[in-house]
Design a protein around this ligand. Structure first.
Ligand code: SAM
Length: 302
């Protein structure tokens, strides 16, 4: 946060009712939601006021803060403040996810990978799972690619593939790396055949993704508004679902413009159906699926 911004925010937070977190006025809500938008780009509509009050309040209680000002001071205190922001962001973001959440999109990925292997059998395939939450999406992509390789009669060992998976939430990334999932998270969404092939049953009843697949996926904390080029590299598939909904239209355009820079010529961008309307990019062609929002990067750059 730049200094001016910080002072302005402090001014406004000074006006916050210091008595009780439950009584958050509309004005206070506006201050906190604009602070959140500055830091993360996320838009918190007024309908989510109770969500903000609850989660802010819970975190303040954990820290023993009695007023918004007290908590704001912690958030503004150098390195400790930066760390606290990470906790708060985790609390204020929705991490809902599941294995094979949108099968139609994964089928488009599978077909793209198959075509790629047919045309350029010697090359490797790299994917980026954007806002991967606790990892189910990234592992679903890894299974999808592994299956495609087998369908093409190739061993994953000879056809190298990788998935880089990023999310702003540190706790989510930690869970994703452990790759241990409760029975209901797996049984409800993964076929028995794939369960046997891609998961080990642990003594505590949970399922862990097999090491062979875990090695293909690299989880890294990253804010989509501050992409680190070295983390992403150049990828063949960008898979970004249920993230753009938290941003306003202009920010969505900015984010996809920026993400598209990391796509190889011929590469595929998959978004959540209905999450982006009216985006136009000289190098990206929208594909004509009714249930999947997909764009392909033109092989020749415009
Ligand atoms: C609803 S989950 C979607 C998970 C998965 N993509 C899916 O569709 O199942 C949204 C995720 O976006 C992450 N997120 C929110 N803002 C973000 C940002 N600015 N940069 C990166 N990740 C963000 C949250 O931490 C959360 O894990």
């Amino acid at each position: 946060m730049v200094c001016d911004e910080k002072h302005k925010s402090l001014d406004v937070v000074n006006q916050v009712d210091q008595s009780c977190t439950a009584n958050m006025s509309q004005h206070e809500f506006d201050l906190w939601s604009s602070l959140l938008q500055k830091r993360t780009g996320m838009v918190l509509p007024v309908q989510r006021k109770s969500f903000l009050v609850t989660n802010l309040g819970l975190r303040m209680k954990e820290l023993g803060c009695r007023t918004y000002q007290e908590y704001y001071d912690i958030l503004s205190s150098g390195m400790d403040g930066e760390l606290e922001w990470k906790f708060l962001i985790d609390r204020l973001t929705v991490h809902e996810t599941r294995f094979f959440r949108h099968p139609a999109s994964l089928k488009v990925v599978r077909d793209h990978v198959l075509e790629r292997i047919r045309n350029r059998p010697e090359t490797s395939v790299h994917l980026w799972s954007v806002a991967c939450s606790t990892g189910e999406e990234a592992y679903s992509l890894a299974i999808t690619v592994d299956q495609a390789l087998q369908q093409a009669g190739r061993d994953a060992q000879e056809n190298y593939f990788s998935v880089v998976a990023t999310d702003i939430s540190l706790p989510s990334i930690k869970t994703a790396r452990e790759a241990k999932f409760k029975e209901r998270q797996v049984l409800n969404h993964v076929s028995l055949e794939w369960l046997e092939k891609y998961f080990d049953r642990l003594e505590d009843g949970r399922f862990q993704v097999v090491e062979k697949l875990r090695r293909r996926v690299c989880f890294t904390p990253m804010n989509i508004l501050a992409i680190v080029p070295e983390v992403v590299g150049e990828v063949d598939v960008i898979y970004c679902q249920n993230l753009l909904i938290y941003f306003d239209r202009a920010k969505r355009f900015e984010i996809v413009d920026e993400m598209a820079r990391y796509l190889r010529p011929g590469g595929l961008l998959i978004l959540g159906a209905g999450e982006l309307l009216g985006w136009d990019h000289p190098e990206m062609k929208k594909l004509g699926f009714s249930d999947v929002l997909a764009y392909k990067r033109q092989v020749k750059r415009a």
